[in-house]
Ligand binder design. Structure first.
Ligand code: F6R
Length: 364
C-alpha cells in the first residue's frame, strides 16, 4: 500500500497536490470562477460571529482560518482548543456559527464541544475527512475534505485539505457579506486552482530538505517562527518535529521572540523562519537579525524575493514558489512536514507510529 514510499507519512505528504486538487473540485466552480459550498438550510450571510474549535494540527488549520475570516469576511472569530473550550463556559450568542475541524471526526473533546454548542443553539459546521464520522452526522453544514484515508499518525494531507476548504469558506463568507466582489472572488478562485502546482514545486525540494535534516537532527531544541497566517505554520512545524523525531521544538510568532524565547538562542538552537516576502517581511528580517546577533543558526524558508533580501548568512535556505498570501500556508506546510519527516528518518524513529500517540483520540 505504501507503493514506492518508505512510510505512509511520506506517501501522504506527496499525495498533497492530488488530494488538495480533489478537495478543491468540490468547492470551486471553474466555469464561472466562483466558490461553491454544499446546500445548507440556513443563511450564511446572517452569521455574526464564528467560533472555531479543534485539537492539534486541526486546531492550527483553524488558527490560519481565523486570519482569513477576519481579513476577507470581516467576521469576528473566537478560537480555542477543544479541551479548554468545553470547560471555560464560552459566550455563545444567537447568530453564531460554531466550526469544528477534525480529520477523524471522532476526537472526543472536539465532539463534546460540538454537542455543547449545538445545545446552546449555535449553527454547527464541520470540516472533516471521514464522512461517516460522528461529527459529520451531527453537523448542520458538512464540509468534507477529500484527503482519503490518512494512515500516518502525524497529520499531513488532512491539514492542507482542511486549509483548502477553509480558504474557500473564507471567500464564500466574504462574498455573502458583501466584502468581496465578483472580480475578487474570481481572483481568489484562480489562486486556489494554482495551489496543487505550487505544492508540487514545494515538494521538488525534498532532496535538499533531506540533506538539511542532518544539520537539524543533532539539535536538542528547535524554534520555528512565523507571522500572520504563517504563524500557525510555525506551531505546526514544531508539533510535527516533536511528534515524530522527539526533538523539543516550539513555534512562536516572529515578533514575540524578544519577549522571552530569545533567551534560549545560542549556536546549538536552529531557528526555522517561515516568511514569504510581503509587507511584513522587513519586520521578520529584523527578528532574524536579533537571532543572528546571539549566534542563532537560521533556516530561512521564503520565496526568491525573500531569499535574495535575507538569505545571506543563513545556515540553510529553502525556496518556495511565490504565491498569493491566501495559499502560502498550504505551500509552507510542505517544507515543515518534509523537514520533520527527514529528521525522524535520520534519527531512526518510528515515523508512522510515534511513541505514545494514537491516530484518533477518543478519550478525553
Ligand atoms: C498531529 C496530529 C494530532 C491531531 C489531533 C486532532 O499530527 O495528528 O494533533 O491533529 O489529535 O485529530 P482530529 O483532526 O482527528 O480531530
Amino acid at each position: 500500500e505504501k507503493g514506492n514510499y518508505r512510510h505512509f507519512m511520506q506517501k501522504e505528504i506527496f499525495e498533497q497536490p492530488t488530494v488538495v486538487a480533489q478537495t478543491l473540485r468540490s468547492y470551486v466552480r471553474q466555469i464561472d470562477q466562483s466558490v461553491a459550498l454544499p446546500q445548507m438550510d440556513f443563511d450564511l450571510s446572517k452569521i455574526n460571529r464564528v467560533t472555531i474549535v479543534a485539537c492539534g494540527t486541526s486546531y492550527y488549520a483553524g488558527l490560519v482560518a481565523k486570519y482569513w475570516f477576519e481579513q476577507f469576511a470581516r467576521l469576528p472569530v473566537d478560537i480555542d482548543v477543544a479541551s479548554e473550550f468545553r470547560y471555560r463556559d464560552p459566550v455563545l450568542e444567537p447568530g453564531g456559527l460554531s466550526l469544528f475541524i477534525s480529520q477523524s471526526g471522532e476526537t472526543a473533546d472536539t465532539l463534546a464541544a460540538l454537542r455543547h454548542c449545538k445545545a446552546a443553539g449555535q449553527t454547527i459546521a464541520v470540516v472533516v475527512n471521514v464522512p461517516t464520522s460522528s461529527m459529520a452526522r451531527e453537523a448542520d453544514l458538512l464540509l468534507p475534505t477529500h484527503a482519503g484515508p490518512e494512515i500516518g499518525v502525524a497529520s499531513t494531507k488532512a491539514f492542507t485539505c482542511q486549509l483548502a476548504v477553509l480558504a474557500a469558506l473564507a471567500a464564500h463568507l466574504a462574498v455573502k457579506r458583501g466584502r468581496m466582489d465578483r472580480a475578487e472572488e474570481a481572483d481568489v478562485v484562480n489562486h486556489l486552482i494554482e495551489t496543487p502546482a505550487a505544492l508540487n514545486a514545494a515538494l521538488g525540494h525534498d532532496d535538499e530538505i533531506a540533506a538539511m535534516a542532518h544539520l537539524i537532527a543533532p539539535a536538542r531544541d528547535v524554534l520555528y517562527l512565523g507571522r500572520g497566517p504563517d504563524y500557525p505554520l510555525a506551531l505546526e512545524g514544531a508539533l510535527k518535529l516533536k511528534e515524530i523525531s522527539y526533538i523539543h521544538a516550539e513555534g512562536y510568532a516572529s515578533g514575540e521572540m524578544k519577549h522571552g524565547p530569545i533567551a534560549l538562542i545560542d549556536e546549538a538552537v536552529p531557528v526555522i523562519v517561515l516568511a514569504p516576502s510581503g509587507p511584513l517581511f522587513e519586520k521578520t528580517v529584523s527578528n532574524m537579525q536579533e537571532v543572528r546577533a546571539r549566534g542563532g543558526k537560521i533556516v530561512l524558508i521564503s520565496d526568491a524575493d525573500g531569499l535574495a533580501e535575507a538569505g545571506e548568512g543563513c545556515l540553510a535556505t529553502i525556496e518556495m514558489p511565490k504565491v498569493h498570501p491566501l495559499i502560502a500556508p498550504l505551500v509552507y506546510a510542505v517544507p515543515v512536514q518534509l523537514l520533520a519527516y527527514h529528521v525522524a528518518c535520520v534519527k531512526g524513529t518510528d515515523v508512522d507510529q510515534p511513541r505514545n500517540l494514537a491516530k484518533s483520540v477518543t478519550v478525553e
